[in-house]
Each structure stands twice: as structure tokens, then as C-alpha cells.
Design a protein around this ligand. Structure first.
Ligand code: GA4
Length: 332
């Protein structure tokens, strides 16, 4: 990976670049109305830690509305947007990701998914057109959460677990520590395209998501890449009508490594802007993260030390994006 240091791009950032790869045609697709959905979900989570979900039942209007509202926010003058920051962790952020020096060609809004907790900053985010933007976020999140419960219940069934809600209960819990992110990747500046020499700016560097599950929807601009189990990076063909589901680190532990949290990253486009919205479903802070007992075969031991979601999250926030965050929690 080449490091590009261009004062014209920014006077303080070292932005990475990356070679785009051809669009991959092998992404598993799960139709939520298919009687076989549970089997296909489990297979995709084992083989890829990732799949595309179609016939999901979330109205396309909800996606389009939120996309429009988000773009209205991101088109505001920088000084207006900055008043909704910094992201500590919720609020508006630009180029800096997390607290430990990661950067990317991205601006974003990180929000709590609990509508009862309205921080002064989110009040600011929603200040202009409050009803419209806030309602669009809430309507979208409500629908995506419900769909996500269905996916997690099918997943439990597919894993042969009698207690269908063993995973979904963690997200349904009123103390569920879930969050929501709107990412805007502006096109790479015209003057820089030549300097990039066929490479793209990294919008969001490679990482795995710490939570149980992530549900992503983007506009029709490509950029998302996932890392296959053999280490190859492939580009995910965008589909604005579908969702992309990621296995997170917590689900990897709860399945004792049967599912792998998928490494992914986003490259900025040279001409089009990319807008993505991601719901990160996490458990309550006090939840002990251990393999699901009903999944363990006779004599099978946990591959991981015991920890709570709070302990994992604390450790995650002292890590860099590309770190192997589960490493220190693996039993030697
Ligand atoms: C990755 C997944 C989610 O976007 C996120 C990210 C968080 C942040 O942007 O503040 C983190 C990153 C994410 C993992 C490691 C830490 C925390 C940035 C970072 C360097 C909101 C999350 O929960 O973890």
C-alpha cells in the first residue's frame, strides 16, 4: 500500500491509497422470504462472514428518504457540520476515525440508536429540519432493527439452537449498546486523480466490526471491499435496494469461531460520492461474551477468554482500526 502525502489534499493527513479490484460476482445472496434462508445465512456466515440480503421487507422509501436527508446535512458548510462534532464518540467527524490516529477520505455522523437519549449534539445535528431528518433516521432504524431480529432468529435456527432469540434478545434489550453511522465519501478531488495513478484514496481503512452484526445500505457507488478467507480482497458490487450483512467480532466469539468477523474497507470513488448507512447491533455493556453453550460440541472448549462487551469495547477504543482486536482475548 502506497502512502500519499499531498499538501493539496490536506495539510496534515497521510491518506493511504489502494488499487481497486474488479467487482466480485461471488457474494452470497440470501432471500429473506426463501424457506432455506436460515441454512443460507449460516453457510454465508461460515464461508464469508458476509452476505447480501434481498426481499428484506424494509421499504425502499425509508432508505431513499434517509439518504436525501443525510446528503442535505453533508452539503452544509463545513463550519455548520463541525458544530455537530467532534465525535466523542457520537456526533459529526471528518477524516479522523476513532481516537487513535486513523484517517480516511470520509466524513460521517455517528449516532446512538436509542431514540430516548438525545444528546445536545444530536439536537444540533437535527436542528434544521429536525422533524424530517430525525424522523427519517428513526423510521429507518426501527425497520432495520426489526429486520435484523428476523435475521438473527433465522441464524439461531440455522445453527440448530432451540432458543430462537438467543442472539436477537441482545439487540432487543433496552440496554443494547448499538449505534448507527452515516458515512459520506466525497469523490476524490479532480486535481488528485492523475497523481493517484490508477489507485483510489482509502475512505475507511480495513477493520472488523466489534459488535454482533452490522447492517449496511449504500447508494449505487462502489467502494466496499471485503477480505475473503484466503486473504484476497474483492470489491462488492453496490446495490442500493439491498442490505449487506457483516459478522462482527462478538458473533465470532459467540459461535466459537464458526463464523468469522469479516475484514472490510472502503475506497473512495474518483468521480461519484458514496453514501452508506450502517446499523451496528451490539449487546448490553454488562453482557458476558462467551460461546453459546448450546452450540458447543461435547468437550469443545471456548477459544476465547471470558470478557464483557464493556471490556471489549474499552479495548477496541484503545486500538487502531486495522488491529486484530480479538487477538488479546484468544486463549493461548
Ligand atoms: C468500527 C465499527 C464502527 O464504525 C465503530 C468504529 C469506531 C469509531 O469509528 O469510533 C472505531 C472502530 C469501529 C473500531 C476500533 C476503534 C473504534 C474506531 C476505532 C479506531 C463505531 C465501532 O464501534 O468500532
Amino acid at each position: 500500500m502506497v502512502v500519499l502525502s499531498q499538501p493539496a489534499l490536506s495539510n496534515f493527513l497521510l491518506l493511504k491509497t489502494c488499487k481497486p479490484t474488479p467487482l466480485f460476482t461471488g457474494i452470497p445472496v440470501v432471500d429473506l422470504t426463501d424457506p432455506d434462508a436460515k441454512t443460507l445465512i449460516v453457510k454465508a456466515c461460515r464461508d464469508f462472514g458476509f452476505f447480501k440480503l434481498v426481499n428484506h421487507g424494509v421499504p425502499l422509501d425509508f432508505m431513499a428518504n434517509l439518504e436525501n436527508q443525510a446528503l442535505t446535512f453533508f452539503r452544509k458548510p463545513q463550519s455548520d457540520k463541525d458544530r455537530a462534532g467532534p465525535p466523542d464518540p457520537f456526533g459529526y467527524g471528518s477524516k479522523r476515525i476513532g481516537p487513535n490516529g486513523d484517517v480516511g477520505w470520509v466524513e460521517y455522523l455517528l449516532l446512538n440508536t436509542n431514540p430516548d437519549v438525545i444528546s445536545p449534539k444530536s439536537l444540533f445535528i437535527f436542528r434544521e429540519n429536525p422533524q424530517i431528518f430525525r424522523a427519517a433516521v428513526e423510521e429507518y432504524i426501527r425497520a432495520v432493527k426489526n429486520m435484523c431480529y428476523v435475521v438473527l432468529e433465522l441464524m439461531a435456527e440455522g445453527l440448530g439452537i432451540a432458543q430462537r432469540n438467543v442472539l436477537s434478545r441482545l439487540l432487543k434489550d433496552e440496554k443494547s449498546d448499538s449505534c448507527f453511522r452515516l458515512n459520506h465519501y466525497p469523490p476524490c478531488p479532480e486535481v488528485q486523480v492523475q497523481a493517484l495513478n490508477g489507485r483510489n484514496l482509502v475512505g475507511f481503512g480495513e477493520h472488523t466490526d466489534p459488535q454482533i452484526i452490522s447492517v449496511l445500505r449504500s447508494n449505487s457507488t462502489s467502494g466496499l471491499q471485503i477480505c475473503l478467507t484466503d486473504g484476497t480482497w474483492v470489491s462488492v458490487p453496490p446495490d442500493q435496494t439491498s442490505f449487506f450483512i457483516n459478522v462482527g467480532d462478538t458473533l465470532q466469539v459467540m459461535t466459537n469461531g464458526r463464523f468469522k468477523s469479516v475484514k472490510h474497507r472502503v475506497l473512495a470513488d474518483t468521480t461519484k460520492s458514496r453514501l452508506s448507512m450502517i446499523y451496528f447491533g451490539g449487546p448490553p455493556l454488562s453482557e458476558k461474551i462467551v460461546p453459546l453453550p448450546s452450540l458447543l460440541l461435547k468437550g469443545e472448549k471456548s477459544l476465547y477468554k471470558e470478557f464483557t462487551w464493556w471490556e471489549y469495547k474499552k479495548a477496541a477504543y484503545t486500538s487502531r482500526l486495522a488491529d486484530n482486536r480479538l487477538g488479546p482475548f484468544e486463549k493461548s
